[in-house]
Design a protein around this ligand. Structure first.
Ligand code: HQG
Length: 182
């Protein structure tokens, strides 16, 4: 039977970002788990995925588009998006001069007051380019608001930034001082 890799990716995100315990999985403090353990957990916990193999998980990582997972030395993790209580440690790095965040008109009103907050996730998610931020916002609204984050200036003031994947950056929070409409 043909495996729907998009659906498999969604279940992987659920397990690796949000609810590893539901699959009997324990992530280490950087979010890693053995890829064989993930495959086995998916087979055992989800009838739909009872035949899934490591090769199918690898095929998800080869899909074009967003790079959501990292596979290294037999272990896998989500690059970003975590909501589980256990804090996922990310590598701090110097960001480019500007990063972008796409949001809704309603959230924007709040963001003007309190800045960007992680809300339901562990980190605020930022995009390297405006177009990607636009796509992120369009998940939620037909009237996207795109914010430019003065990332390098914020970094120079001591605000840490972390690498997500090659185009997603993470931060703990960003005060309104470093935000403008793009
Ligand atoms: C908003 C997807 C009120 C924020 C995407 C956003 C991304 C505030 C929402 C990744 C706020 C959180 C993450 C404040 C921020 N008051 N609202 N102070 N600060 N917000 O989904 O960035 O497809 O947690 O603007 O492509 O939308 O899943 O974050 O609207 O890369 O791989 O609170 O998820 O990737 O929403 O998306 P989210 P996000 P995947």
């Amino acid at each position: 039977m043909e495996i729907d890799l998009t659906q498999l990716s969604k279940t992987m995100a659920y397990a690796l970002r949000h609810h590893p315990a539901q699959f009997g999985l324990t992530l280490d403090d950087e979010g890693w788990v053995a890829v064989e353990a993930l495959a086995s957990a998916l087979r055992q916990q989800r009838p739909k995925w009872r035949h899934v193999q490591v090769a199918d998980i690898e095929a998800v990582l080869s899909l074009p588009g967003k790079q959501r997972y990292e596979l290294r030395s037999g272990r896998i993790r989500a690059y970003y998006g975590h909501s589980i209580h256990q804090r996922m440690l990310r590598e701090a790095a110097t960001p480019p001069e500007s990063l972008f965040h796409g949001t809704t008109p309603v959230a924007y009103q709040q963001i003007c007051q309190s800045g960007l907050l992680p809300m339901g996730r562990q980190y605020v998610h930022l995009s390297e380019d405006r177009e990607t931020a636009l796509q992120v916002a369009r998940r939620r609204t037909s009237q996207p608001i795109i914010l430019r984050v003065s990332a390098l200036a914020a970094h120079q003031r001591g605000i840490p930034f972390y690498l997500g994947n090659e185009s997603v950056w993470l931060a703990d929070s960003i005060s309104p001082d470093f935000l403008s409409k793009a």
